[in-house]
Design a protein around this ligand. Structure first.
Ligand code: ADP
Ligand code: MG
Ligand code: MG
Length: 213
């Protein structure tokens, strides 16, 4: 039932909130190397708003689609910053693959996650190698697309794709940023991974764990 899915979504958003609260200082320090130091703060503001909105919507009987579409709008509105707009769009786009009157199935989930990354790519117009969250999100998306129709469960597909995202996020330490605020700081970011790529990889890793739980 879509309302069970809505409750599951809300509970996963709660887990993501705890994760981001824990990561806030580290993400802030990473963003301070070549950015403005607010990535941890922005992510916490965004997920807090998204989780609260999802909870309210689910309590009011909303289905999976509405819960996530509304949560995405709240994330963008409350987080501010580049990453806030992108994560808000991602959640809304994920929710758009779901229905309000049926439970979320594995195929919808994989389709939704692919769409969510595509929304980030479309909105931010960054390419892999620009040293943004897209560096982690594109290998994640490609791995999911490969898994689609391979018969593997969504949980396994997300866990495997999250490993690709994690490796790619770590690799961003080797390059200089050419998009976002960090591009103005030339080579200062070399040696430090992109905070948005790291937060993306941590969130999808948690998602993989939550889906197999
Ligand atoms: P702001 O840069 O507005 O302070 P945040 O600090 O919250 O926002 O987020 C910074 C992160 O946003 C960067 O580490 C990068 O991953 C991501 N980012 C910046 N610009 C883009 C873009 N055009 N496309 C995708 N991601 C981007
Ligand atoms: Mg910042
Ligand atoms: Mg900022």
């Amino acid at each position: 039932e879509s309302r069970d899915s809505a409750r599951t979504i809300t509970s996963i958003l709660g887990e993501v909130e705890s994760l981001l609260v824990e990561l806030e200082p580290e993400l802030g320090r990473m963003d301070a190397v070549a950015g403005d130091g607010d990535h941890g703060q922005g992510m916490v503001l965004g997920i807090r708003a998204a989780h609260a909105t999802a909870q309210r919507a689910a309590e009011n009987g909303a289905g999976a689609r509405t819960v996530l579409v509304q949560a995405g709008a709240s994330w963008s509105a409350d987080a501010g910053g580049t990453s806030g707009a992108l994560w808000g769009a991602a959640l809304t786009s994920l929710g758009s693959a779901f229905a309000d009157d049926t439970a979320v199935d594995d195929e919808q989930l994989l389709t939704g996650l692919v769409q969510a990354v595509e929304a980030v790519e479309r909105l931010g117009r960054a390419k892999p190698g620009d040293k943004t969250m897209v560096d982690a999100a594109v290998p994640f998306r490609e791995s999911l697309a490969e898994a689609k129709g391979s018969g593997s469960s969504a949980a396994d597909a997300v866990a495997a794709a999250a490993e690709k995202a994690t490796a790619a996020a770590e690799d961003t330490a080797d390059i200089a940023a050419t998009m976002g605020r960090a591009r103005n700081h030339g080579d200062k970011s070399v040696g430090t991974p992109d905070p948005g790529a790291i937060s993306f990889s941590k969130i999808v890793t948690l998602l993989g764990e939550q889906l197999s739980a």
